[in-house]
Design a binder for this molecule. Structure first.
Ligand SMILES: NC(=O)C1=CN([C@@H]2O[C@H](COP(=O)(O)OP(=O)(O)OC[C@H]3O[C@@H](n4cnc5c(N)ncnc54)[C@H](OP(=O)(O)O)[C@@H]3O)[C@@H](O)[C@H]2O)C=CC1
Ligand SMILES: Nc1nc2c(c(=O)[nH]1)N=C([C@H](O)[C@@H](O)CO)CN2
Length: 237
C-alpha cells in the first residue's frame, strides 16, 4: 500500500514549495494547495504532486477545497498549514475587510481543515500523523505595521494548543514560528541590513531551515502542543 500523502497549503512558491520538493525527495506523496495558476505548477505536477486550487479568503472557498481534497485522497500522513497573506495594516475603509481576510486565511482555514480533514488523518495507517501550523515570531511580539497579520498568526498559534489537546494521542499538532527566512522582491540593501540586525544570528537563512524543523516534527513521536521558534535569536537582541 502506498504511503499517505502530506498536504501543504500554499505550496506553489517559496517556503511551501521548498518543503514540498524536499518531502518528495524524502519519498512522501505530496498534495499542495495554490490560489493562482501559473506555469511553475506544471513541474510539480510532472513530478507527481497533486495540485488543488484553493482560496481561503472565504468559508465557502475553504469548504470547496475540502470537498476536492476528499476526492483526491482517502488518507493523509500530515497537514502543513503554510498558506498566508503578509498584508500590511490598512488605515482606510478596508481595514476591517483586511483583518477579516487575514483571520480567514490564518485561522478559519486551518480550523476548518483540521476539523473536516481529521477523518483523512485517522485513515492513515502509518505510526505517526501530524498537523503543523506555520505561524510567525511576531505572534508573540506584535507588529506596528502588520497588527492584523500578527494577531491572526497568534490565533493560529493558540489553535495549536487546542487541537493538540483535542487530537492526542492519535495526531500530533505543533507550530513553527519563523522570523525572517527569505526576502521578497524589492527588499533593498537597507531593508536587508535592518532585518538581519534584528536577530542574534544576523542572517537570512533561506527555506532549508524550515524544512529541517518540519522534518524534526514529522520524525518525533513525543512532541505535541509545541511552538518551535525559528528566529535566529530575535529574543536575545
Ligand atoms: N518568508 C519569510 O521570511 C517568513 C514566512 N513566514 C511564514 O511562513 C509561511 C511561508 O512563507 P512564504 O513562503 O514567504 O509565503 P508566501 O507569502 O509566499 O505565501 C505562501 C502562499 O500562500 C498562498 N495564499 C495567500 N493568500 C491565500 C488565500 N487567501 N488563499 C489560499 N492561499 C493563499 C499564496 O498562494 P498563491 O501564490 O497561489 O496566490 C502563496 O503562494 C507563511 O505562513 C508565512 O507567514 C513567517 C515568517 C517569515
Ligand atoms: N505570507 C508571508 N508571511 C511573511 C512573509 C512573507 O513573505 N509571506 N515575510 C515575512 C518577513 O520575512 C518578516 O519576517 C521580516 O521581518 C514575515 N511573514
Amino acid at each position: 500500500m502506498s504511503a499517505a500523502p502530506i498536504l501543504i497549503t500554499g505550496g506553489a512558491q517559496r517556503l511551501g514549495r521548498h518543503c514540498a520538493e524536499r518531502l518528495l525527495h524524502d519519498g512522501h506523496p505530496v498534495i499542495i494547495s495554490y490560489r493562482r495558476e501559473r506555469p511553475e505548477l506544471d513541474e510539480l505536477r510532472q513530478r507527481g504532486v497533486v495540485t488543488l486550487m484553493a482560496d481561503f479568503s472565504s468559508e465557502a472557498g475553504v469548504l470547496d477545497f475540502l470537498e476536492r481534497l476528499r476526492q483526491s485522497t482517502d488518507s493523509l500522513r500530515a497537514i502543513v498549514h503554510n498558506a498566508s497573506d503578509w498584508a500590511p495594516d490598512s488605515t482606510g475603509e478596508d481595514a476591517g475587510a483586511n483583518f477579516e481576510r487575514l483571520f480567514r486565511v490564518h485561522m478559519l482555514a486551518p480550523y476548518l481543515i483540521n476539523l473536516h480533514a481529521r477523518e483523512l488523518l485517522d485513515a492513515c495507517i502509518e505510526p505517526q500523523r501530524d498537523i503543523v501550523h506555520i505561524t510567525d515570531f511576531v505572534a508573540q511580539k506584535g507588529s506596528r505595521k502588520h497588527a492584523a497579520y500578527a494577531a491572526t498568526k497568534a490565533g493560529l498559534d493558540n489553535l495549536t494548543r487546542s487541537f493538540a489537546a483535542m487530537y492526542a494521542p492519535d495526531i500530533q499538532v505543533n507550530a513553527i514560528a519563523p522570523a525572517l527566512i527569505m526576502l521578497n522582491e524589492g527588499d533593498d540593501e537597507a531593508y536587508v541590513a535592518k532585518a538581519k540586525s534584528k536577530s542574534a544570528m544576523q542572517l537570512v537563512p533561506g527555506p532549508g531551515v524550515v524544512y529541517q524543523t518540519l522534518r524534526y516534527l514529522l520524525d518525533n513521536r513525543y512532541i505535541t502542543g509545541a511552538t518551535l521558534p525559528l528566529d535566529g535569536g530575535r529574543n536575545v537582541v
